[in-house]
Design a protein around this ligand. Structure first.
Ligand SMILES: Nc1ncnc2c1ncn2[C@@H]1O[C@H](COP(=O)(O)OP(=O)(O)OP(=O)(O)O)[C@@H](O)[C@H]1O
Length: 784
């Protein structure tokens, strides 16, 4: 169907008059130039284009960062809470505090509902108001920031009387109703001459600024674009939107940008997130179907996706090596480990590169699942690479695997494995690289040195990336393409004369990413890396829940903790002491430091040996420190958060975290996961040096569920970084991230894509969808 689209036509005054174009189908409307927005000046058009907003789609997909409630209806403010509030700027001053230190303080007065009972006549109906004062502070160190002109410029950035929306974490000050904000966002809603804004009762969208375009002008332009939006821009057929209870795209855009209330924005967001997932899934399936010849093959593939219970290759069909390796394990796999292995092996047997995320809470036993997947490819004559974020972890995995393989005795099929990190001596590293190139080594475990240019493989088939939220999506992509290229080039050279070599020898490697953090990484991966998910949902048997205590770091608090430590050591336990920093710092004297505490702890716990482990130590020193702790030569290990990731000492039974308030909730959960990994009852003590942080930490006493804690962490941190800096701006960030629901949207999008392709393999019945698909990101499978 054709639709009227207004196209640009410049007038001499520089304002674009619109003319009507009848040739563009309405679904293509979104890709029309922004000049079709009525009333835009030429200057505005250029400015928008310079900021990357060439099309309506780009502009409409610039979603609000958050919504302000102009009524400030929120009641009650807690210390540490993320607050969004609107009010007027009362003062702005730049202060020179010393010759090299200055600060800016902007005070915003906000009228909020008064939650305390009042007895004045005005408040007899209980609907009282009061003013709170937000002191927004920014600090500057360095002489050049103390000059009067600089401070004046700072001051003048904020105009007295401006009506602004402020968001950030609050900290109460000594005066009642005064709060400090150190990291904040401030957006001018209207200047002081315009008071009409008070009448607005709708959520007020706050846009992220882009390339010099102010949020307020973006808001006006986007409002115009929304008005110009054609009613039938939706490429997804009505049956699908109805079946899945989704908003129509036109309504979704209106509601995300101009919601009448927050629920509207939320339903719009659901639809827009659905689209992200849906086109990824549709693209992937579409491409896979294209690669298959017959109708039967295509049906077969769709069936596999429709009935995931069939997507597992049970033990009988695993390679002999995998089965042998399984036998060497000193324990049986849990049922979800077993199904994870079956699922992964099913996937790696297929001639399409796998891109899978193996996700499970700390200590659930992901490593062995990944080892089994590696054995499967090695058993079929290929190579595997296992990349981890720290050297410490690489060594640990390598030694663990060596031990397991040792139990295989002199078996001919036992694979040759190697460790390759930044600290591997040059000569040895050269030998390993050569052996990887010739295929003499079947598996390499290492750090990011595995993605360096000079590592080539003879037949890499599986790359395991233990992300543990340290590697970004980008690094994984680089790793992937690098390995893909290496394997391809070297194999081409090796087999150029061998006409019988199978074409799938040139396939990109399968990628298995592992993570203990369900969010936000999972969501990011699901959005940006077209990924399948395998979850381990149970823990190995015999684990006893870790007892967690939050203790205030007063001198009594410390004494209590030392007594508990002594009890633990006397009962032959092992203790981790975790510190926020290595060395004492003048700037932050309140922080306990690992190195500085070593002597004091050795003194206090005479008769027990203390060890030290931190990121600045050399690789072999770190390894030695961990080895001594593991073997029981040291009983107390003073360390920094280097141990957070993956360190596995199953009989470590107690952890004390100093200055626990310095760590995030998800991070503390990871740290705590270093104990309670065996069958011994374990304790985790979080020593907080500020009273105000006690409440925040209490959530760890209540729960040991990583998913729940990650969510709680997000709520406490506020929406600032839902998907990490790089991704923010792509999807709307909401004060309350409904991530568990987003996970379901992924499933629904998958089902919708299957339904569409079941009806039309080549999308010929859905031309609008096909066009949309080609407009979106390139249809490449990771690794292609
Ligand atoms: N099925 C099992 N039965 C008993 N112990 C197991 C089982 N699977 C793994 N383990 C042991 O549990 C411990 C934790 O396993 P692993 O290091 O793989 O956890 P993880 O999921 O990688 O955790 P993290 O996210 O903390 O790195 C290890 O000591 C491992 O040997």
């Amino acid at each position: 169907m054709d639709h009227e689209v207004r196209m640009e036509e410049s007038s001499s005054e520089g304002v674009h008059k619109s003319r009507v174009c009848r040739s563009l189908p309405s679904v293509a409307f979104l890709d029309a130039s922004i000049s079709c927005i009525p009333g835009l000046s030429k200057r505005q058009c250029h400015q928008l284009e310079n900021c990357g907003f060439h099309t309506l789609r780009k502009l409409l997909n610039h979603f609000p960062r958050t919504y302000a409630d102009l009524q400030n209806a929120q009641v009650g403010i807690d210390d540490g809470q993320y607050l969004i509030s609107v009010g007027r700027i009362l003062s702005s001053r730049g202060v020179r505090a010393s010759y090299s230190f200055s600060f800016l303080e902007v005070v915003v007065g906000c009228e909020v509902a008064d939650d305390e009972p009042q007895h004045t006549i005005d408040n007899i109906d209980g609907g009282g108001k009061k003013t709170i004062y937000l002191h927004l502070k920014k600090f500057f160190r360095g002489m050049r920031f103390t000059s009067q002109p600089f401070l004046k410029i700072l001051e003048d950035k904020h105009k007295l009387g401006d009506f602004v929306c402020v968001s950030g974490k609050v900290k109460s000050m000594s005066t009642k109703d005064h709060y400090e904000m150190r990291e904040y966002n401030i957006d001018v809603l209207k200047d002081d001459e315009d008071s009409s804004i008070h009448l607005e009762e709708r959520p007020y969208p706050i846009y992220p600024s882009k390339g010099g375009l102010k949020p307020s002008s973006l808001r006006n332009i986007i409002a115009r674009a929304v008005q110009a939006l054609a009613p039938d821009v939706d490429p997804i057929p009505k049956e699908i939107t109805q079946d899945f209870g989704l908003l129509d795209l036109h309504d979704a855009y209106i509601r995300i940008h101009q919601p009448k209330h927050l629920e509207e924005a939320d339903s719009a967001r659901r639809r827009l997130i659905f689209d992200e997932f849906f086109y990824l899934q549709l693209g992937r399936l579409f491409q896979m179907l294209e690669g298959l010849g017959t109708r039967m093959e295509k049906d077969g593939l769709l069936d596999k996706y429709r009935k995931p219970e069939l997507n597992a290759l049970y033990m009988e069909d695993w390679s002999t090596l995998t089965k042998k390796f399984l036998k060497t394990l000193p324990y049986s796999l849990t049922s979800s480990q077993l199904s994870a292995v079956s699922e992964i092996i099913w996937d790696i047997k297929r001639p399409v590169p796998m891109n899978r995320l193996l996700q499970g809470d700390v200590g659930c036993g992901k490593t062995v699942v990944a080892f089994l997947a590696c054995m499967e490819v090695i058993g079929s004559g290929y190579q595997a690479a296992f990349m981890v974020p720290t050297e410490l972890l690489a060594i640990q995995h390598y030694e663990q695997l060596l031990n397991l393989l040792e139990s295989m005795g002199e078996d001919q099929s036992k694979p040759a494995i190697a460790l390759l990190t930044g600290s591997t001596p040059l000569k040895q590293s050269r030998m390993i690289r050569k052996a990887l190139q010739t295929g003499d080594i079947s598996m390499v475990i290492g750090t990011h040195s595995l993605i360096s240019e000079n590592v080539e493989f003879s037949a890499l088939r599986l790359a395991v990336v233990d992300e543990q939220h340290r590697f970004g999506v980008i690094q994984r992509g680089r790793f992937n393409s690098k390995l893909c290229f290496s394997s391809l080039s070297s194999r081409m050279a090796a087999t150029s004369s061998d006409a019988s070599s199978k074409s799938n020898d040139y396939m990109a490697p399968h990628i298995l990413a592992m993570s203990a953090t369900p969010i936000p990484r999972t969501l990011a991966l699901a959005l940006y890396g077209d990924v399948s998910l395998t979850q381990i949902t149970d823990l190995p048997p015999g684990r006893i829940p870790i007892e967690t205590h939050i203790i205030e770091g007063t001198s009594k608090g410390f004494e209590d903790v030392y007594t508990m430590m002594l009890d633990e050591l006397e009962a032959e336990g092992k203790v981790y002491l975790v510190y926020p920093v290595i060395e004492q710092s003048e700037q932050l004297p309140q922080l306990r430091a690992a190195s500085a505490d070593l002597e004091a702890m050795s003194d206090r716990f005479r008769g027990y040996n203390c060890g030290l482990l931190h990121g600045k130590m050399k690789s072999d020193e770190k390894d030695e420190a961990l080895r001594r702790f593991r073997s029981g030569e040291t009983h107390i290990l003073l360390s920094t958060q280097v141990i957070e990731v993956g360190v596995d000492v199953p009989d470590a039974s107690m952890m004390v975290v100093m200055n626990a308030e310095r760590f995030g909730i998800a991070q503390l959960h990871q740290l705590r996961g270093r104990v309670g990994r065996g069958t011994r009852k374990s304790k985790c003590i979080l020593l907080a040096s500020t009273t105000s942080s006690l409440n925040r930490l209490k959530v760890l006493e209540k729960s040991s569920d990583g998913f729940y804690l990650a969510n709680a962490d997000l709520l406490l941190r506020g929406p600032g970084d839902l998907l990490g800096k790089r991704q923010s701006g792509h999807i709307p960030e909401f004060p309350i991230a409904r991530l568990e629901i987003d996970g379901n949207i992924l499933q629904e999008a998958h089902a919708a894509a299957l339904k569409i392709l079941g009806d039309s393999y080549d999308l010929d019945q859905f031309p609008a969808l096909k066009a949309e698909l080609s407009m979106r990101q390139p249809l490449c499978l990771l690794g292609d």
